[in-house]
Design a protein around this ligand. Structure first.
Ligand code: NAD
Length: 478
């Protein structure tokens, strides 16, 4: 396959779509064509196959790791476990990681991995063998390491798989002090970080809150300002979808619809996300939940129900020119990567909607992965060294204020003021700050040039400019 001319291949369109978006945004930048080409291209595409033992024989597994850009090191991106994975998809997702990291000022290049399996069809020990062998293949080609390329979870993978990768990497690199920084999204007991599991969903919820908080933009699309009472449909009740729905409810929104691959449920008065999650866990299906007023066997019908905001958080290509006309939401917030086709996006904006693009909306995961990597390199949990010191300083201050004013604070007031920040609080505050700043950075670009047209184009313009500066500073060797 011609890796940098996606349109030359019939089976490609996701990477082509990302490149089209890049080319459009590039018109609003001042960089020379060669530099733009360097930014856009996938630098390294590693495709490999390896055997595992299955039953009495062997099975061959197809896998990929793509490092899209080395303007920053290490490169970073999740590993997708799905039977639908293909080279084009992994390249597109790696490219999105590059732009995503630039948008949220995380100093990594973009990468992505893929293992072409349906994880549900394999036993736990088979999945462990596949994951460990995949890791060894990456080690053999220098495609993994704390300063080289750092994987994370994606669709179909989670903390368990990241643990196997960490252990395999550490075993194959005895004595490497920073070995745990070779992968993020690990469980807390294995050098992970508090808040990583829920980070992407929390980030999606903050992104939506920022967007609906801008009165001028809400007026234009006919919505009131603020999240309170906003009706939201979420597609996918996995890591990103579940936590997006959970935090959106906590922020005051109403989750009126939830869609999974087996069907969708709807209640205009709101669904209890936790109860639906538990119902699906025990019954194996989202359908049959007693609190739903409507059920749809065809999950795509769930996306078309009345709501203000739609959060696709499952897979790419869910909103296309076929169904965009039936979507009632005014805002699409892309929890998943690539859920809206370019044609659907154009139609959605034309109909008076707006889209919070994937490369910003779901960047909370990589942001907290960055914090986890920093923790692994510094070998100490955030807050561990200064927490007690902070509490003692705060205590002295409270005692002094009480002494001067003659007013005693309540025990609750005292403990709220005195308490030093935990790792989780520091992580969440860093995540919130990142999501808020980045949204307004993108919106400024969007607002200042009406020809840019979409938040996605604006996000891409910002990303291209930042990556171009890195490449210009690095120069070309030799
Ligand atoms: P996940 O495997 O935890 O969850 C995905 C969920 O989607 C599953 O519950 C699955 O059953 C459901 N699903 C599959 N097909 C569906 C369909 N047709 N309709 C409705 N639901 C369907 O995966 P995830 O980690 O939540 O990733 C979801 C998306 O978010 C992917 O596009 C991924 O690239 C993106 N993403 C994930 C992270 C992360 O930190 N996990 C970060 C950034 C972006």
């Amino acid at each position: 396959m011609n890796i940098n001319n996606p349109t030359a291949n019939q089976d490609t369109h996701f990477f082509g779509d990302v490149c089209k978006n890049f080319d459009f945004a590039a018109q609003f930048t001042q960089h020379d064509a060669g530099l733009l080409d360097q930014i856009k291209s996938c630098n390294s595409v590693y495709r490999f196959r390896f055997p595992i033992r299955r039953g009495n024989g062997f099975e061959v597994i197809d896998a990929w790791r793509v490092e899209h850009s080395h303007h920053q090191s290490p490169t970073k991106g999740g590993i997708r476990y799905s039977e639908m994975v293909n080279e084009d998809e992994v390249m597109a997702l790696a490219a999105l990681m590059t732009y995503k990291c630039a948008i949220v000022n995380v100093p990594f290049g973009g990468a992505k991995g893929g293992i072409k399996i349906n994880p549900k069809s394999y036993s736990v020990s088979e999945l462990e063998n596949i994951t460990r062998r995949y890791t060894v293949e990456l080690i053999k080609k220098n495609f993994i390491g704390p300063s080289i390329d750092v994987p994370a979870p994606d669709y179909g993978s989670g903390e368990r798989e990241m643990s196997w990768i960490a252990d395999t990497y550490a075993t194959m690199n005895p004595g490497q002090l920073d070995a745990m920084g070779a992968v993020t999204g690990k469980p807390i007991a294995l050098h992970g970080i508090a808040g990583r599991r829920e980070a992407t969903g929390r980030g999606v919820a903050i992104a939506i809150r920022e967007c609906v908080g801008v009165a001028e933009d809400m007026q234009k699309i006919g919505l009131t300002t603020g999240l309170s009472g906003k009706k939201i449909i979420v597609q996918g009740l996995g890591n990103v979808g579940y936590y997006s729905a959970k935090f959106l409810s906590e922020f005051g929104a109403l989750i009126v619809g939830l869609c999974e691959f087996e069907g969708a449920i709807y209640n205009e008065d709101g669904l209890d996300v936790e109860a639906v999650f538990q119902h699906r866990k025990s019954s194996g299906s989202i359908l049959g939940y007693a609190g739903a007023k409507k059920e749809f066997k065809n999950t795509m019908d769930g996306l078309e129900q009345p709501c203000d905001i739609l959060v696709p958080a499952a897979l790419e290509n869910q909103i296309t020119s076929q169904n965009v006309g039936s979507i009632k939401a005014k805002i699409i917030a892309e929890g998943a990567n690539g859920p809206t086709s370019p044609e659907a996006e154009a139609a959605f904006y034309k109909n008076g909607g707006m889209i919070i693009p994937d490369m910003y909306a779901n960047a909370g995961g990589v942001t907290v992965s960055y914090f986890e990597w920093l923790k692994n390199l510094s070998h100490v949990a955030f807050g561990r060294i200064n927490r007690r010191f902070e509490e003692n300083s705060n205590l002295n201050l409270v005692n002094m204020v009480e002494g001067i004013t003659g007013t005693a604070l309540t025990p609750m007031q005292r403990s709220t003021i005195i308490k030093g920040a935990s790792e989780l609080e520091l992580v969440n505050s860093g995540l919130e700050d990142t999501m808020i700043r980045s949204y307004h950075e993108i919106r400024e670009i969007y607002k200042n040039n009406p020809k840019i047209g979409t938040l996605r184009n604006a996000a891409m313009v910002g990303a291209i400019n930042k990556i171009a500066v890195s490449y210009q500073n690095l120069g070309v060797w030799p």
